[in-house]
Design a protein around this ligand. Sequence first.
Ligand code: GUN
Length: 283
Amino acid sequence: MADLISGTQIATDIIEKELAPRVERLKKSGVVPKLVVVLVGEHPASAAYVRQKEKSAAKAGIESEVRRFEESISETELLEEIEKINTDNSIHGVIVQLPVPDHISVERILKTIDPLKDVDGFTAENVGKLFLGEDTLECCTPKGIIRMLEAAGETLEGKKVVVVGRSNIVGKPVAILALNRNATVTLCHSRTKNLEAETLQADILIVAVGKERMIGAKHVKPGATVIDVGMHRTEEGKLCGDVDFDEVENIAGKISPVPGGVGPMTVVSLIENTIEAAEAQKR
Ligand code: GUN
């Protein structure tokens, strides 16, 4: 049976042992790190994610504010709200919770957010720096995945890492972060021929496709480490990931669960990025 990689436990440890003391130091120097979450319209999953972010921010001792806007807000008005946040020196980090309504362009939002306050790590400047291996605000889920692998005692150097899913916010950046740590990386996607042949090579398998339980026992090398980024609600109302946990836990060496795996690591990375942004803006 695989060892469980508990994102919940690792995230709690990071908040208590690393982030809270960093926040205390900032507060002593007169800076209270502040995160603003912009939420447009009513999206049930977004509302739940935003609550998690507020709870973790409070645990770390940073300030957080949710700015809620009607679904009908125009793109111009929303971009003006972002500009206000950009120029407000009391705010160190901002994210616009996705998805946003169809009449609003995510691209234009990301072109408006100040890269120094882009604690999601989604702007072209920050993604470019990550690609170049420069110090930057890194995308939260990829950063959280690397942290959880390290906390689970995994070294990446020389390992075969296979990523399934090529999204801009998880698959592509996590592949780059693993590559920057000297892993040999394969990035698979919906057009990959013979996916199983690729995933069976993985020492570390990272799955971020957004398809319920699509990775089963046949995809996993015995003893491999499996990280599941998916989050779905089954017909019976249970949460599950992109990995069929019941099948794969009998084969993998280590596995992250859903819920309680990558989710809390994403949130803790967001809080860490807000602290990093506040430290950088203080300088
Ligand atoms: N919606 C789902 N995940 C995320 C995330 O990491 N950042 C933002 N801004 N929106 C999301």
